[in-house]
Design a protein around this ligand. Sequence first.
Ligand SMILES: [Zn+2]
Length: 546
Amino acid sequence: MRVLPSWICTAVCLVGLALGCSRGEGPPPAASSGPARDGVWAVLPGRAEVVARADQWAVRGASLKGADGAAWLERAGDLRERIWRLEGRQPDALEAVELLRDAGAREWPGACRMKLRRALLDAEIRHEPERAYRELYPLRQHPDRACGRKVSLALDLLGAYQPSPAVLAELDAKGAAPPTVASAGNAVPSASQPPSQVVLPQQAVAERAQITRIERYGAKESARIVVFMTHPVLFKVGVLEAEPQRGPRIYLDVQGASYSGPANYDVGGLVERVRLGEQGRGTRLVLDLKQPVFHRIFYLPEPFRLIVDVSLSPPSEAPPAGRRSIQRVVLDPGHGGHDPGAVGPSGLREKDVTLDIAHRAAPLLARELGISTLLTRDTDDFVALPERTARANAFQADLFISIHCNASEHAESTGIMTFILDESRDALAAQIAARENAASQAAAAELANVMSRVLGVGSVSESLRFAELLQRAAMASVRGRYPEVRDQGVKRAGFYVLAGAQMPSVLYEASFISNPRAEVRLNTGDFRQKMADAIVNAVRAYREGL
Ligand SMILES: [Zn+2]
């Protein structure tokens, strides 16, 4: 379910496609190719190189007159826009807007097109579609007829944001003069002085959002604060050093969001308390800390929420080759309490199967491998998805294994599969992700985008490695007694439960509970024990460096 209508996609991207603007034109000339980060951007080199190249082209553009210079400015703007779309750093977008503005100010055949692109990009980063409409409206009668038609198409697509006839008449009277007043609610910091990290959700930002709930999970060595909102918002993050009588603080300015709950929450552990108060037209959250910490902020859609993770240890890096140090493992039995998970044709509940498999695996991990385990739930209780990874992070786990049973509307679907968090690669994976995520109404497709930024490359490849070992161990475990069980392999999907885990993490689908024969198997201690054995064997192999 998608509840965030994104005007960016419905309007700007459509316009962009119709115009054939920057994306899809391939790499600019002379850009060397960098390491492939994903399919779309495989040709883009690393950020430092991109920025250096863009600066070089911008200087060249400024030094050349007329169309020659303008074309270089446009190329530099292209690069900045692309790296912004990839990494989301706002100064890049602002720089792109400026470069396009300079290119549009020249007298050359591309001037109208530059104005069009600049207006769309500027409105996109400000989240102000009305602004785009107002700026483009006078351009529709541009002497460059082809460009004028594209502007008209853009206006059609932005039709929902058309101002009143009186305003339009005024715009016509003023000619092409751009509006001068920016709306204060969506102020964008200037490129030259970013005060702190600004993270810009890709979705449309509402005029006013409300903070509806604050969740806290505190522990001695890490903590997580989740801020729930009614709409996507812009936010800024900063750190205030310790002062005499006062520990360090992290603040989070949530722009344009109001809040009417308690002003203080005790957290415990690493974060003493969270305080909330008005700040300009928004709300500031302050985390009072016991000591300096590493922090990481990210957001998740549906419902929109900001997540602040703090911890004493830096974000994990890929471990060295060879034997891995695995001391703590988190087992996450899926579902629980009022959420039964999938239910088999004769009534077997996923939540009971997953808990039993975890209960079988945990003592074996301790006894055979000397590994400490933590279960995200030890009883038939409901545990919210964000709390599951928060508990794993607090435990400083080396591995996170979420245990589930699959379900499909096709009763014949069968087999075991293991997932890692990634973009959905096939329809089946997306379908399963949607179902497993239902407890938090998270949208699998949108998560993929967010998560690729949140998780480091090292963590993804380690997750993939462990997923392969687990899948192989599971098939080895069942082959003798249950040769009919199919190997569905390792897949990638946008699982909410894996989001935010600071360690390699997998989701293990131990058969389709919806398949009558598999349900019978899942109802036996023997099969569940084989699933648990597979976990233990996979952890052993992973620790050995396989
Ligand atoms: Zn499940």
